[in-house]
Every structure is written in structure tokens, then in C-alpha cells.
Design a binder for this molecule. Structure first.
Ligand code: IVH
Length: 696
């Protein structure tokens, strides 16, 4: 985990006053309708800069300074809270978490009994007041002391029922947010209404919650994280709720029909030590890119009411809880250009050129824009400030323009009229535009891909040679390679007998490649190397793959309802090419897979994946890092992954608590450190070779 991000340096009193004003304006907008001009990272940096300046110049501190105030001093709302709605202090990294825990234990004078660890939901805090089981009022956090009544939103928030299971009087606290799907839907509705979209799920949620009269309704989601009896409630239940551990309170909340994170892959858990809390923090962080909703950190809390009471509160935040911040996955930057490229399959895709911005550990300069329709849906313009999203291994994408930052200088994005690669016409009948020449448009690239090391591995077939073969009409696609005669090759310019024979031998070897590589060579849209291996293992033969309909394809892990029909359509388009490959005698089966594929074997009751075949890595998730050595020295990463899967394991790129084994060669860096901290077994390439000997 990374350390605290840098701060904004403030040079003098004038700069300090400006910084305070900027922070105030920004947090006022953020808490009002989520339209802050600063992204979270920049805001945090600014406030830390203000704090540092105030430490050095205590005599200059302005009364309106946002430091030490809930909601950065932004005052909104007039409904007093029954119990103040506080903020959380932040820590960055394992060391700071451990230091914080130690400070809590010093304060209470004993070890903390148990820690609750749960995601920090990135939405808006809400207080939901129930009377005799009925939801009667919704109040925003506001300045923490008083908030705004947003009861008009009752009935539009999933997970926040109008009626609880029991007729109880209670205040629930939690976060209102939009899932990815709800955000897309909200953007579509707003687009249809006024031609604009929301900048991100958080501002969409804020806007939808606070806008009373909107002609369209946007559904949102609630996750509860606390329950507070009314201060004057002397009932037995109230007494119980005040005494129970936080984890039991949350189980009770869920029992009332209210959604909690228990239904998500990042459910709150209770652990005994802060080291275990750190492990859970890393698990939640690792799960973040795959979540349907945004989280911006992990909250670690004392679970027991007695520990909480002993730790107490500061004016701003409880001392018994802390937010472990995760790096921002979203930033605002400028869209400076759009490039159009025709891919190997003939698809014409736009790519955003951005003012470079640091995001989740890397500098982002390009981001995907999907397709023309998508640009229209998002209403993007050149020169727009845009929100850019990236998390983990996810390809960065432009989310939306920040409409309120427009200056009037924005221009429409030019849309190509002809294929940017060959200048031929564009087939615009589908949402994804394609060159009318299809795969033929980028024939060199697609044949070169098929011949590549991780596909058919045809040595000696350079791009200029492919071009020569295409230009002379010897081939039109890579299947034609297998029909070339010695005479035809010798007839090519600069082609000698030795090269010819080498090439012919390489073609012969290529014919024996496993199905996974032959399938990968086809370049089916949406399927790369590891997906091709999964498909090959699932079906066993090309005939079975071709016979599969979308429903059958969707049974392959990682293929969803969107991708499955694309694969089916692609295979139909590729049918003549596949027929030629079959006729040329190219291997169409996956070695080591039982007849009919794993799908059929599993249906017949054999526990194939789990180890009936006694595979050395059965059920294991394996990550490779660093340089391989010994017998494995020459293997590419893809070949290592093939080996792992042949041995029954699952190859994965990132270390998490789910990792069973890390193969660490020379120069293994952060993955090794992470595996060590998580207690993941680590082996050298040599030890690994011994482990997988039966399939090597
Ligand atoms: S507990 C006394 N738990 O984070 C405050 N807060 O930065 C205790 N938040 O205002 C809050 N997820 O809106 C808690 N699992 C979680 C949370 C969570 C998100 C928000 C909450 C709070 C803010 C503080």
C-alpha cells in the first residue's frame, strides 16, 4: 500500500487565504450536489497543505478554515441530527493503521478485543428515521449537526425499505449511492432529458437525492453501516443496541430487511488483531475493481461497545474508528484529442488523448472511448474536463464530461467518414463501426498476430514477408499459409532455399499447436490468450465450440451475456477460415482435456477440475513474477500461464489473499513483498518446475 500522498505547498498568507476559499467552495459544491471542481485527491492534498500551513503559522488560522470540521465546513440543511453525524480520520498504509490501533489501545489502557473491518462506501451519508417500523424521514449529513430533509427520495432507494420487519423506532445510518448499472441508467435518462450526463456515480447520487422536482426518477442503492436508538429511547431493544457489538447490530439491521454489505463480496468481518485487519483490508482492496459500486477505502472499527465507549470521540470523528484510504480511481483531466484506429478485426475504435494524470499508481494519457454511439451518449466534446476512471488492471476509461466546468471553447469531436487505416467505407450498421473490408483491412496485423509466439509460433514470418505474400496474392488470410508450396515460396523475391525449408517446417509445427492457440490465432473479438485457453478446455474440440450457441458459450468462466453472442457471430464470420484450417490438417483438439471437454466431463459427474486427474496445481491460484530461470528460463509469461493451467491451476496476475502460490524469479518486486505480508507460499522457478514435473 502506498504512503500518504503529497500535499499542496502553501507559500504565504495570501496563498493560504486562497487555499481556504478554494477548499470551502469545493466542499460546499461537493456536499450540495456533488459538482466539486476538485477531485478527491486534489481536495485531500489541499486540506493537508492548509493543515501544514496552520501548524507553522497558528496565529494566521482563519475561523472559516475547513480543517477539523465535518464536511469541510460546508453548511447545508436545517434538520438537527439527534446524534451528530461525524467524519472519520484517515490513515494511509499498513504502518499508519498499526500506529492508529496502538494509539487506541494506549488510550483505553488495554488491548482492543475485536476489530470490525468493512468497506468505506463512496456515496452520501444519510440518516433514515423509522417510527414504529415505518420510514418517516431521510436527512443528509449536512454539517454533521444539522442536515437537509430529503424524504422525497423515499421509495427510490433500493435496500432502504419503507417498512422494517419489526415495528421499531430507530435511526439507521448508511450510505446512499449508485451502482454502475444505476449510474448508466441515470445518465441515459438525463441524456434523454437535457442532453447532459452525470460526472460520476457519486455526483449522480448527490444530484438525484437533493433534486426535488425532476421529471425522471433515478433509482439508487442504500447500504447501512449503523443503527442508533433515539436518545430518549429507554426500551429493552434500545438498551440492547447500545450494548451489542457493532457486528451484532449490523446483523440485526440486516434482519430488519435493510441492505448491508453482508450481501456483497466485501462483507464486513470481525478479526482479533490489527494484522488480521490489514489482511482483510488488502482483500477488500483487491476486490475493489470488480465491485458494482464505488468504495474509497476501508473502515476499521472497534467492534465492542465497551471498547468504543472507552475510546470516545474527538469533535470531528470517533476515536474508535478510522478510514484506511485507498488510492483514487477517478480524476478530472482534459480531453485534448480523439484518435481513431482500425483494429485487427476491422473494428474502428476511438481513443481519448488526455492531459496526463496520475491514477491508481500509473500515469494515464490514453483512455478507451468504446464507440461512436458512446461518445454521443456521453455528450463528450474536445476540450472538455472529463472524469477518468481506472482501478487495478482495468483499462482506463473516460466516464463523462464535467459539464459545469465547460468554458464555451469546447468543440465537437470529429467523426471519421472513411476507415482511418485503408480509406475504404465504414459499415455503420452496428454500434461498433467496422471497415467494410473487415479483417482484410488489417490483414498483415491479423496474420502476424496468428503467427505470433503465443499463438501458432511460426518463426521467420516477418511482417514484410506477410505483406509480400498478400501483395502477390499467394495468401488472403493465415489459413492460406498451410497451402503454400515450396515452389511458390521459392518464387518470392529474396527467398532462398534455406529460408523456404525453415518456413515450411515452421508451418508443419504450427499445425500441431493445441486448440487453445489455434483458437487464439483466430483473433475472435473479446477473447485473448487466457480466455482462448478457457474456451478450449471447456469444449475440448473446435467442432464442439462451433456447435455451441450463445447460452453454451456463456458457461465458460468470464463470458457474460454481452460477450457470448459476439463470440458466436465471430465464429460464423470466421467459418470459411476455420474450414480451410481443418482441411489443411491443423490440430483442432486440446491435449489433456477429456473427450467432449471439461463441460461434458463435469456434466457426467467427474470432478475434473478438482483433482480426479491428480493435477499438481488442482484448485490453486498461481501468480508468476520476476525473471524465470533454470528449465523455465525460456518460457514467456503466456507459456508460464499455459503451464499453470495444464497443471490444473488458475493463472492470475495480481497477488491477493486468494493466491495459493507465488512463483518468484530474480528481480521479483512488489508482488513478492505483498505475498510475504499475506503469508502466501513463495517458490523459486526451479522449485516450481519440480512441482509441475508431470505436465512439464
Ligand atoms: S462509520 C461516526 N462505516 O464515511 C462516523 N462510515 O468519512 C462513523 N462511510 O460520514 C461512520 N462507509 O458517510 C462508517 N462502513 C462505513 C462507512 C462510512 C462509508 C462514510 C460515512 C461517514 C464518512 C466519513
Amino acid at each position: 500500500m502506498k504512503d500518504a500522498p503529497p500535499i499542496t505547498v502553501i507559500a504565504d498568507e495570501t496563498a493560504y487565504a486562497e487555499a481556504v476559499q478554494l477548499a470551502l467552495d469545493s466542499s460546499a459544491a461537493y456536499y450540495a450536489d456533488g459538482t466539486s471542481t476538485l477531485d478527491d485527491d486534489s481536495y485531500d492534498r489541499l486540506v493537508r497543505g492548509i493543515e501544514a500551513y496552520e501548524r507553522d503559522h497558528p496565529e494566521q488560522v482563519l475561523p472559516q478554515s475547513p480543517t477539523g470540521k465535518v464536511a469541510g465546513g460546508a453548511v447545508v440543511g436545517d434538520v438537527p441530527h439527534l446524534t451528530p453525524m461525524l467524519s472519520l480520520d484517515n490513515v494511509f498504509g499498513a504502518e499508519q493503521l498499526a500506529d492508529w490501533a496502538a494509539s487506541v489501545e494506549r488510550r483505553i489502557g488495554r488491548p482492543v478485543t475485536a476489530w470490525a473491518v468493512e468497506p468505506k462506501l463512496d456515496g452520501l451519508a444519510i440518516s433514515a428515521r423509522y417510527r414504529r417500523g415505518r420510514l418517516v424521514q431521510l436527512v443528509t449529513r449536512g454539517d454533521g449537526v444539522a442536515g437537509e430533509d430529503v424524504s422525497h427520495a423515499i421509495g427510490t432507494i433500493l435496500g432502504l425499505p419503507g417498512r422494517l420487519t419489526d415495528p421499531v423506532t430507530i435511526e439507521l445510518r448508511g450510505e446512499v449511492m449508485m451502482t454502475t448499472a444505476q449510474f448508466e441508467e441515470a445518465c441515459a435518462k438525463r441524456q434523454a432529458h437535457d442532453g447532459t450526463t452525470f460526472a460520476n456515480p457519486r455526483s449522480a447520487a448527490a444530484g438525484s437525492l437533493r433534486t426535488r422536482e425532476r421529471p425522471y426518477v433515478c433509482e439508487q442503492t442504500f447500504f447501512g453501516y449503523g443503527a442508533l436508538p433515539y436518545p430518549d429511547d429507554t426500551s429493552e431493544l434500545a438498551a440492547g443496541l447500545r450494548e451489542w457489538p457493532h457486528s451484532e447490530v449490523m446483523a440485526w439491521v440486516a434482519g430488519q430487511g435493510v441492505q448491508t454489505t453482508a450481501v456483497t463480496p466485501v462483507a464486513g468481518t470481525v478479526v482479533a488483531t490489527i494484522a488480521e485487519a490489514q489482511v482483510r483490508v488488502e482483500q477488500i482492496a483487491a476486490a475493489r475493481p470488480d465491485l458494482e459500486f464505488g468504495i474509497d477505502g476501508i473502515v476499521v472499527k472497534c467492534d465492542l461497545a465497551a471498547d468504543q465507549a472507552a475510546a470516545g470521540f474527538s469533535s470531528r470523528a470517533p476515536r474508535w474508528a478510522v478510514a484506511y484510504k485507498l488510492p483514487a480511481t477517478e480524476k478530472i483531466t482534459k480531453l485534448v484529442g480523439v484518435e481513431w484506429n482500425t483494429g485487427r478485426t476491422g473494428v474502428i475504435a476511438p481513443r481519448a488523448v488526455l492531459e496526463p494524470v496520475e491514477l491508481d499508481g500509473s500515469i494515464v494519457t490514453y483512455a478507451t472511448l468504446h464507440n461512436v454511439a458512446d461518445i454521443g451518449r456521453r455528450g463528450l466534446m474536445l476540450g472538455d474536463s472529463v472524469t477518468v476512471y481506472k482501478a487495478g488492471d482495468v483499462i482506463p476509461r473516460v466516464e463523462a464530461p464535467v459539464v459545469h466546468l465547460r468554458t464555451g471553447d469546447e468543440r465537437p469531436i470529429p467523426i471519421p467518414e472513411v476507415c482511418p487505416s485503408c480509406g475504404d467505407a465504414i459499415d455503420t450498421s452496428q454500434e461498433r463501426w467496422r471497415c467494410v473490408r473487415g479483417r482484410g483491412c488489417r490483414a498483415i496485423a491479423s496474420i502476424s498476430y496468428a503467427a505470433g509466439r503465443d499463438q501458432l509460433d511460426i518463426e521467420g514470418l516477418a511482417d514484410n514477408r506477410i505483406k509480400q505474400m498478400l501483395d502477390t496474392g499467394l495468401i488472403a488470410d493465415f489459413a492460406d499459409l498451410f497451402y503454400l508450396t515450396r515452389e511458390q515460396l521459392l518464387g518470392l523475391e529474396r527467398m532462398g532455399a534455406v529460408s523456404t525449408d525453415n518456413l515450411l517446417a515452421a508451418f508443419e509445427r504450427a499445425k500441431a499447436q493445441p486448440l487453445s492457440r489455434v483458437f487464439c490465432a483466430l483473433g475472435v473479438r473479446g477473447t485473448g490468450r487466457s480466455m482462448s485457453r478457457r474456451i478450449a478446455r471447456h469444449f475440448g474440440t473446435m467442432a464442439a465450440i462451433r456447435a455451441a450457441d450463445a447460452a453454451a458459450i456463456q458457461e465458460v468462466e468470464g463470458i457474460g451475456p454481452e460477450k457470448a453472442p459476439v463470440v458466436v457471430a465471430e465464429l460464423a464470420e470466421l467459418a470459411p477460415l476455420i474450414d480451410k484450417l481443418v482441411a489443411a490438417g491443423v490440430n483442432m483438439t486440446e491435449p489433456g482435456v477429456p473427450e467432449g471437454g471439461l463441460a461434458v466431463a463435469a456434466a457426467a459427474g467427474a470432478d475434473v477440475e478438482a483433482g480426479e486427474l491428480e493435477l499438481p496445481l488442482a484448485g490453486m491460484s498461481v501468480v508468476v513474477t520476476g525473471a524465470m530461470s533454470g528449465e523455465l528460463e525460456a518460457l514467456s509469461r503466456n507459456e508460464m500461464n499455459e503451464l499453470i493451467e495444464r497443471a490444473g491451476g488458475k493463472a492470475s496476475s495480481g497477488v491477493s489473499a486468494k493466491t495459493s502460490l507465488l512463483v518468484a524469479g530474480e528481480k521479483a518486486g512488489s508482488k513478492r513483498a505483498k505475498a510475504e505480508s499475506l503469508g502466501v507460499r513463495i517458490v523459486s522457478p526451479e522449485e516450481f518446475a519440480d512441482l509441475v514435473r508431470p505436465v512439464l
